[in-house]
Design a binder for this molecule. Structure first.
Ligand code: SF4
Length: 466
């Protein structure tokens, strides 16, 4: 019998291990990772994939809409965004989304229901209340939502008014994710995101009073001017907001890909790798002590939260929004840069607003790159997602599911885990593999050993493991 992993709080892992395994590795929100998607539309035909994805028996839908506009640029940001003060940009963008929905829905059986909708960005609250209502109308008119569909939205507490909260509630949103990052004034100045804690409190009060039932707070470690003690105060501040979930992301410094991050090299105020690792250890200790459960990678949830329940029931899934509880749903992304994830592969929309718009105007789907999964990709994806979500591999169950003898087919990959085993990150038995509690921060290091596409020279695309 292969034991299920234990998720009770444990002592933090050692800094030495964090240091040893902190090299760049993918975050595995997809497999293969997005840098491998092809633009060769002869190898990957979006229309063929859309048809494959809609065969009889295709599951429910999870929708993502990317709303790219921001009032100003946070210098750490890695998202696809467009800084503007022109409110009418959002009106034109809503016209674009209407066209994209009209071009996509003919490929979707109207009987398929929507179990999830996520409004991400950029800044969804760049949109006015009436623009948000129009957005909700577009999606509710085009798709059939289940009564308990989970609708969530990313919130910028600096730009949130009561009428926007009311509009979001009307369109069905009950979950909100607040971008806080850090509450220290010096850090906020250094990252070009001044956000006094009173704004966070105001946003949480507005949302809770309106009837939002779940509040997630996003924090980042490794920002300029951050120290362990400033970050300890940040954690205390956000715990005071009584969130249901917290995400503690590690800042990904990739100035080659994100030019706005170059300023941090000029400032010379980024914390050392050790300091950043200490912040992560501190976050874990504080949040576990406060009663949160560590979920997968970077995420913490109250034990009664759906995410923590899904973890206990081994029903956690991973996609481009992080961890999800909705099993079997195909993710369809709308808007610039949005990625769709389905059983057959991935499709990504044009990242450039002008060319995205031109393609829509010509009546073309705005998909520019993607990946059609081979059988081998699908097997490795299953293994990698099991590591990322459940932290375990059950060889017998996996062999039955994948149709290959896992121990034989992946003997080299399993043999490559010897160093991780020696360091107490994984435990192996005849029946399976478990990522230990000590190994929790290194799940993506373990997953990477099964990645057949991972090549040297892709480090610039990936953030450090911890
Ligand atoms: S962090 Fe959010 S608000 Fe800041 S630039 Fe990025 S998407 Fe815009």
């Amino acid at each position: 019998m292969f034991p299920a992993p234990c998720y009770v709080p444990t002592p933090s892992c050692g800094i030495e291990l964090l240091r040893k395994y902190s090299g760049p590795v993918p975050r595995y929100t997809s497999y293969p990772t997005a840098n491998h998607f092809t633009e060769n539309l002869a190898a990957f035909d979006p229309e063929t994939q859309l048809k494959l994805d809609n065969q009889p028996g295709a599951g429910p839908l999870s929708l993502y809409v990317h709303l790219p506009f921001c009032q100003s640029r946070c210098w750490f940001c890695g998202c696809t965004n467009l800084v503007t003060s022109r409110q009418d940009s959002a009106d034109t963008y809503l016209d674009d989304l209407a066209k994209e929905i009209a071009l996509t829905t003919p490929y979707i059986d109207p009987a398929r229901t929507v179990t999830q909708l996520h409004l991400g960005g950029g800044t969804p609250t760049f949109l006015t209340a009436s623009q948000l209502r129009r957005l909700g109308q577009l999606f509710h008119d085009a798709f059939r939502f289940t009564a308990d569909a989970e609708i969530s939205v990313e919130i910028d507490p600096r730009h949130l008014e009561p009428d926007q909260v009311a509009a979001l509630y009307e369109l069905g949103a009950r979950r909100a994710s607040l971008g806080v990052q850090d509450t220290d004034p010096a850090v906020q100045l250094a990252i070009h995101r001044v956000q006094p804690p009173a704004l966070n409190e105001r946003a949480v009060t507005l949302l809770r009073n309106a009837g939002f039932t779940s509040i997630n707070i996003d924090l980042i470690t490794g920002l300029p001017k951050q120290t362990v003690s400033t970050f300890a105060r940040t954690i205390d501040d956000v715990l005071g907001l009584a969130p249901n979930r917290l995400s503690v992301f590690s800042y990904a410094h990739v100035p080659g890909l994100k030019p706005s991050q170059r300023i941090f090299d000029q400032q010379g105020t980024l914390p050392s790798a050790d300091e950043k690792l200490r912040m992560q250890v501190l976050a874990k200790e504080r949040l576990l002590a406060a009663g949160f459960v560590e979920v997968g990678m970077d995420h913490y949830a109250r034990p009664d939260d759906e995410l923590a329940v899904a973890l206990r029931e081994q029903a956690l899934h991973r996609n481009f929004q992080g961890y999800s509880t909705r099993a079997g749903a195909s993710l369809y992304g709308f808007g610039i840069s949005a990625i769709s994830t389905t059983p057959h592969g991935y499709r990504q929309n044009d990242k450039n607003l002008a060319t995205y718009r031109t393609r829509l105007a010509k009546g073309e789907l705005p998909i520019t790159r993607g990946w059609l999964l081979s059988d081998e990709d699908r097997r490795r994806k299953t293994i990698i997602m099991a590591i990322m979500c459940e932290r375990r591999l059950d060889f017998a169950a996996l062999s039955a599911e994948l149709g290959v003898e896992v121990k034989e087919a992946y003997a080299n990959e399993l043999a490559s885990l010897v160093d991780l085993e020696a360091d107490g990150i994984v435990e192996r038995t005849e029946d399976g593999l478990t990522v230990t509690d000590t190994g929790q921060p290194f799940v993506r290091v373990v997953a990477a050993r099964f990645d057949a596409h991972l090549k040297t020279g892709t480090a610039a695309y990936h953030s450090r493991a911890v």
